[in-house]
Design a protein around this ligand. Structure first.
Ligand SMILES: C[S@@+](CC[C@H](N)C(=O)[O-])C[C@H]1O[C@@H](n2cnc3c(N)ncnc32)[C@H](O)[C@@H]1O
Length: 298
């Protein structure tokens, strides 16, 4: 059993641990780690990503006080503790880059084509809108979509229910999203009116997403390759942005097919531009809209 809290327990040796360079990674070890990553997350790690792997494994190994890649590999791949450790490591090995309003054309598409066009178009009963943000990272994407939808529905003065599922493989990223507390730097792109409506500035200068918005979003741990086992209902809108790029074509198709199966009739699947070329699905039709890659369920 390895000392999980070694850095805390061995504080006197901490500096030494940080200064000590990690050993070189052998090509065979790189292949071993790349295969593990592919098997467990589906992500492929090209050969030129060795330095990415070394840096990110190294960060975690230093936290644990482990000095060589093989010992860490054996630890991660054995027993229940290994599974727990994998949960931490996967956060270091996945890319979480995201930001509020990152995909403005996607928000415009949702407002113009997934919501009522005007008040006369609104049903008398509250409209139910179910959205799934796949690979939601730290929450900026689902919150952006929720703000855009809420803002539009308020303009239309139309009652509605928004149920949003936001899923990711990284529990650490999900915890940040669930908390909904962001730095000033993170919210700088958000227009003042939205900041006022959907955030509260805290004493510490952070911006807290309103309770009203947070309670509409359910953050769930989910590996997109294991969706079949998850009890997920049908959605009006599914976003899968900046995620498929990490998978090979066969897996991209498999993921898109699975997501298509989770759409309601007329539902919209929105992928990252260029992330899936020449995809054909019997129930999905390309929905042309500038700077987006969207498909509508027929
Ligand atoms: C680059 S971020 C994209 C965030 C957001 N969709 C956006 O476009 O701003 C990719 C996210 O996908 C998640 N991810 C990677 N592999 C995954 C998998 N197999 N299942 C679910 N999420 C995964 C990562 O943890 C990361 O948070």
């Amino acid at each position: 059993m390895l000392p999980m809290k070694a850095t805390v327990e061995r504080l006197p040796g901490l500096d030494e641990q940080f200064i000590k360079p990690l050993p070189e990674m052998e090509p065979g070890q790189f292949e071993q780690w790349a295969a593990l990553l592919k098997q467990r997350t589906g992500m492929r790690l090209p050969d030129n990503r060795m330095s990415f792997l070394v840096t990110n494994l190294g960060m975690r190994m230093r936290e644990l006080g482990i000095a060589d890649f093989q010992t860490y590999y054996d630890y991660v791949t054995s027993g229940r503790e290994g599974m727990v450790e994998w949960g931490h490591l996967v956060h270091h090995l996945t890319v979480h880059e995201t930001r509020f309003l990152r995909h403005e054309s996607v928000l415009a598409l949702i407002i113009q084509h997934c919501l009522p066009a005007d008040s006369a178009d609104c049903p008398t009963e509250p409209l139910s809108i179910d959205v799934w943000s796949v690979g939601c990272s730290t929450g900026e994407e689902p919150y952006s979509v929720a703000m855009a939808i809420d803002d539009r529905m308020r303009q239309l003065d139309a009652p509605y229910f928004l149920g949003m599922m936001a899923s990711d493989i990284s529990r650490a990223a999900l915890a940040t999203g669930r908390m909904g507390s962001y730095s000033h730097q993170k919210v700088r792109e958000i227009e003042p009116r939205w900041l006022r409506n959907y955030f509260t500035e805290t004493d510490t200068g952070r911006f807290q997403v309103s309770e009203e918005l947070r309670k509409r979003i359910c953050f769930n741990h989910l590996n997109i390759l294991q969706v079949d086992d998850a009890p997920i209902g049908k959605m009006n809108i599914i976003l899968c942005l900046n995620l498929l790029i990490y998978f090979d074509r066969e897996q991209r198709i498999q993921i898109a097919n699975t997501l298509a199966d989770h759409l309601l009739p007329d539902g919209m699947l929105i992928l990252g531009v260029g992330e899936l070329l020449n995809w054909k699905h019997p129930h999905m039709k390309r929905f042309p809209y500038a700077n987006t890659l969207a498909f509508q369920h027929q």
